[in-house]
Design a protein around this ligand. Structure first.
Ligand code: ADE
Length: 340
C-alpha cells in the first residue's frame, strides 16, 4: 500500500484537478479535424476557444519507461529556436498531461507542398524559385545553429496563411552539428534520404541539401528522381545506377542547379560546398527582402474561420501527474497574443 501523508495527498489532488492558465490547458481548445501524422504523433486542427484562433496541435503519446522523452524534449527545444526564423513552424505553447505531450503550433492554412504537387503536378518556375529560396533561408538558419532537419520532404513543408513556407516537424532533427561534426544512423523517409545516409556512412547538413534537390525536382516534374525503397541498400543502388531524367521543359538555371544538389559526393554538394544563394537559379531574388517576409507570395490561401468548422471530441486526458512528468517542458511563447 502506498501511504501518502494527508497534506501531501491533498496537494497532489489540487495539482491534478486545479485549473491551469488557458493556453496550457487542453480544455481551452476545440478540435476540428486531423491534419496529418508527424514524427511521434498526430497533428490536429484546433482552435484556441477564448479567441477562436486556429492552431495546429501535435499530440505525442508518452511512451512507457520514458523512452521517447529525449525526442520530445529535443522537439520542444527546437520549436523554441524556430521562432527566430520566419520560415520554420513556431510553437505558441507546449504542455503535458499524464499521458501526452502537446505542442500548440501556428496553423499554416495553405496545406502542404505535398498536396500542392499532387494537385498541380509541376509548379511554375517562379513559384519553385520562391519556395526554394525560403527553404534555403530556413536550412541555412538551422545549419548555422548546428541543427540538421533529417526529414525534409513535401509533407513537412507547409504554406502559411499568407502563402509563405513553414518547415515543420523537428521530431527527428539532430542538434550540436557544428562544422566538422557528423552523425550516423538511418533517418527520414524513403525517396528523400541522401546516399551517404543510405550507405550507413556518417553524414552532416549535406543530407538536407540532397533532400532539397529531391523536393525541387518533384516540384518541377511531379515525380521523384529516384525509386524510393524501404530497403536502404536497394535505394542506394538505384541512385548509383540511375541517370536522372531531367525533362527538357526545365529552365537552364534549374538544369544547372539540380545536379549540384543531387551530387552523390556530399563534399562536392552545393550547400556544403559553396553558397547556394549565389546560384543563377536565384537571380532576381532580393534575399534581404525575402528574409523579412515582404516578398509577394505566389498565392494566398483562403482560410475558413474557426466558428465555421465543425467540432469533434477527441477526448484527451487533461490530468497531470508528477510521476510521468517531462521536466522543463511547459512553456508559452511571450509573443503569442492569447489573452482575451
Ligand atoms: N500539418 C502539420 N503541421 C501543421 C501545421 N502547423 N499547420 C497546418 N498543417 C499542419
Amino acid at each position: 500500500m502506498c501511504l501518502i501523508p494527508q497534506d501531501e495527498s491533498a496537494k497532489k489532488k489540487s495539482r491534478v484537478e486545479g485549473r491551469r492558465p488557458p493556453p496550457l490547458d487542453i480544455r481551452s481548445y476545440k478540435f476540428h479535424r486531423k491534419l496529418g501524422e508527424g514524427s511521434g504523433g498526430k497533428v490536429m486542427l484546433a482552435s484556441f476557444a477564448p479567441k477562436k484562433q486556429l492552431v495546429a496541435i501535435k499530440i505525442v503519446p508518452k511512451k512507457p519507461n520514458r523512452c521517447n522523452y529525449p525526442w520530445i524534449s529535443m522537439e520542444a527545444w527546437l520549436s523554441k529556436i524556430a521562432r527566430e526564423c520566419p520560415f520554420l513552424c513556431h510553437s505558441h505553447a507546449t504542455f503535458q498531461s499524464k499521458a501526452q505531450a502537446f505542442f500548440v503550433l501556428e496553423y499554416a492554412g495553405g496545406g502542404t507542398l505535398y498536396r500542392m504537387i499532387s494537385r498541380k503536378k509541376n509548379l511554375p518556375t517562379k513559384s519553385i524559385q520562391f519556395y526554394t529560396a525560403e527553404m534555403v533561408v530556413a536550412l541555412q538558419f538551422l545549419h548555422s545553429n548546428g541543427i540538421i532537419h533529417r526529414d525534409l520532404k513535401p509533407d513537412n513543408i507547409l504554406v502559411d496563411n499568407d502563402g509563405h513556407i513553414k518547415i515543420c516537424d523537428f521530431g527527428i532533427a539532430a542538434a550540436g552539428m557544428f562544422a566538422g561534426w557528423k552523425i550516423r544512423g538511418l533517418a527520414g523517409t524513403p525517396g528523400y534520404r541522401a546516399p551517404e545516409m543510405l550507405s550507413l556512412e556518417a553524414y552532416d547538413a549535406g543530407a538536407d541539401w540532397w533532400s532539397l534537390g529531391v523536393i525541387m525536382y518533384e516540384m518541377a516534374t511531379g515525380r521523384k528522381p529516384f525509386v524510393p525503397s524501404l530497403d536502404p541498400a536497394k535505394e542506394f543502388l538505384d541512385m548509383k545506377l540511375t541517370k536522372v531524367d531531367y525533362p527538357s521543359h526545365m529552365s537552364q538555371e534549374m538544369l544547372d542547379l539540380l545536379p549540384k544538389l543531387l551530387e552523390m559526393d556530399n563534399n562536392n554538394r552545393l550547400g556544403v560546398n559553396g553558397n547556394i544563394r549565389e546560384h543563377q537559379f536565384f537571380a532576381g531574388i532580393n534575399w534581404s527582402e525575402l528574409e523579412k517576409r515582404t516578398t509577394q507570395t505566389p498565392f494566398k490561401p483562403k482560410i475558413q474561420p474557426a466558428d465555421k468548422l465543425k467540432e469533434i471530441k477527441p477526448g484527451f486526458c487533461a490530468e497531470t501527474s508528477e510521476e510521468n512528468k517531462l521536466e522543463d517542458f511547459t512553456y508559452v511563447d511571450y509573443n503569442w497574443n492569447w489573452q482575451e
